[in-house]
Design a protein around this ligand. Structure first.
Ligand code: GDP
Length: 476
């Protein structure tokens, strides 16, 4: 919110030069076209004996955070993402859970894949996101969309903790999402759950039986063994989280996936996060808008309303939004169109996604401004030894004002998932004797992620140290 010197002068019924003079008296050099912030405007207005009334537009009101009073809140189902190493059984588990919940009368019917589905356990609902893996999870986060309440980490009992298992752990932890371990493939003769539990202790995931607080459930996605227990554990964890939303207001939420369907036009799967969505609602979705013509659940059934944590497929948008876009129901068509148009003009999303990006160059200023308290780092190196050495040295750089926080460290080149994790967690990437691949480079540019590569450990430590003390010379 701002106003130019000229416009302010006009509103005050004064000449622009008079306003500029007042500003100078206050020690502020301004030009006629300069935009002034609210505080300065207040001061100047007072000097001229005028008062300022700050109006929020209907559009701004639509997006204002709403403080819900506790009596309006009701429990909502948890939203769960399944992660883990390739071939450890993520897809099989998702399929088996879905299958186990199809009632006899529905069996044989077409199962729709709309990007998410719900199941019931003991009369309580659970929402599963149907795109497994931490890549999708972190890509959503990088767009500012936090949809997952609980992460299920699948580890195959005949294989053990693998590189993508570790990545998934770091991605879930960076998002501060609780992790439940599903030790899968227990039907295999060479499966060994204890070995998995042992390996996971290295990542501070200690099973409850061993005195820790991580729930670990042996399952088989093949036979279905243990899946009932897994669902119970999900409900247990979600109960502790006290997941709540107000169902009695205009719906808000996130786009899970979207596409252009030849026959039906733009089709989007939305996850309602609060409120209740109804057929006929006008809504803004990312930079597009529309009116809900039809609404289908994950079984392909037509429905009229959808409450918190429900995934629904909707028809009626004027364009195809992106996964991770937010949506919000507006009171009328005019408002929905206005907001969508304004967002297009502002490239609202670009703004949201790049505002919080961190670079070593500006970190000192942002620490001083109290804007950030953590320097999040993703470390990649060619050998494990380097990582250990760096971790130790970097940890020591934490001080009263800033904590150096290594959110992920791994051996190997810098990949797109590293960049997305950094983008989502406002981290910088340090690489040692490794480089970003072309994909990672492209994404880093788009997401504005700072990647620094080094050959010598000492240089990196010195750079971070200098950055934290405001002495870093800009990178040329
Ligand atoms: P994803 O890559 O993690 O999604 O893994 P998939 O679900 O595609 O599973 C990889 C392979 O492991 C497939 O051949 C599955 O049939 C098999 N598989 C998955 N879960 C189990 C299980 O519990 N027991 C056995 N024996 N095989 C499984």
């Amino acid at each position: 919110e701002s106003i130019s010197v000229q416009d302010l002068a006009h509103q005050l019924g004064k000449k622009a030069t008079e306003v500029i003079k007042k500003l100078m008296v206050l020690g502020y050099m301004a030009t006629i076209n300069q935009e002034l912030d609210i505080e300065t405007v207040m001061i100047i207005a007072e000097e001229f004996g005028a008062t300022v009334e700050v109006k929020t537009s209907k559009e701004d009101e639509l997006f204002a955070e709403i403080e819900e009073s506790p009596e309006n809140l009701q429990n909502r189902p948890p939203v769960v993402t399944i992660m883990g190493h390739v071939d450890h059984g993520k897809t099989s588990l998702l399929d088996k859970i879905r299958e186990a919940n199809v009632t006899a009368t529905e069996a044989g019917g077409i199962t729709q894949h709309i990007g998410a589905y719900q199941v019931e356990s003991n009369g309580q609902k659970i929402t599963f996101l149907d795109t497994p893996g931490h890549e999708a999870f972190t890509a959503m986060r990088a767009r500012g969309a936090e949809v997952t309440d609980i992460a299920i980490l699948v580890v195959a009992a005949d294989d053990g903790v693998m590189p993508q298992t570790v990545e998934a752990i770091h991605h879930a932890k960076a998002a501060e999402v609780p992790i439940i371990i599903a030790i899968n493939k227990m039907d295999k003769p060479d499966s060994n759950a204890d070995r998995i539990k042992q390996e996971l202790t290295e990542y501070n995931l200690i099973s409850e039986e061993w005195g820790g607080d991580t729930i670990m459930v042996p399952v088989s996605a093949l036979t279905g063994d243990g899946i009932g227990t897994l669902l119970e554990m999900i409900l247990l964890v979600s109960e502790v989280q006290e997941l709540k939303a107000n169902p009695d207001r205009n719906a808000r939420g996130i786009v899970i996936e979207a596409e252009l369907d030849k026959g039906r036009g733009p089709v989007a799967t939305l996850l309602v996060q609060s409120g209740t969505m109804k057929i006929g609602d006008f809504l803004v979705v990312g930079t597009t808008q529309g009116r809900i013509r039809a609404m289908l659940d994950y079984k392909g059934r037509n429905i009229k309303t959808a409450g918190p944590s429900a995934p629904v497929e909707i028809l009626g948008l004027s364009d195809v939004p992106s996964a991770g876009d937010d949506f919000i129901v507006a009171d009328n068509e005019k408002l929905a169109k206005q907001v969508a148009e304004r967002r297009q003009n502002e490239r609202h999303h670009k703004e949201i996604t790049s505002r919080n990006k961190i670079s070593l160059d500006d970190i000192f200023a942002r620490i001083k401004d109290g804007e950030i308290k953590d320097l999040n780092i993703v470390l990649k190196a060619d050998v494990q030894g380097t990582i250990e050495a760096l971790k130790q040295s970097l940890d020591k750089l934490s001080n009263d004002e800033v904590r150096v926080n290594i959110i992920h460290a791994g051996v190997g080149g810098i990949k797109e998932t590293d960049v997305m994790l950094s983008s989502a967690s406002h981290a910088i990437i340090l690489g040692f004797n490794v480089r970003p691949d072309n994909n990672a480079k492209k994404v880093a540019e788009k997401e504005d992620v700072d990647i620094r590569t080094y050959r010598v450990i000492y240089d990196a430590i010195e750079d971070v140290k200098a950055a934290l003390s405001g002495l870093l010379s800009p990178e040329i």
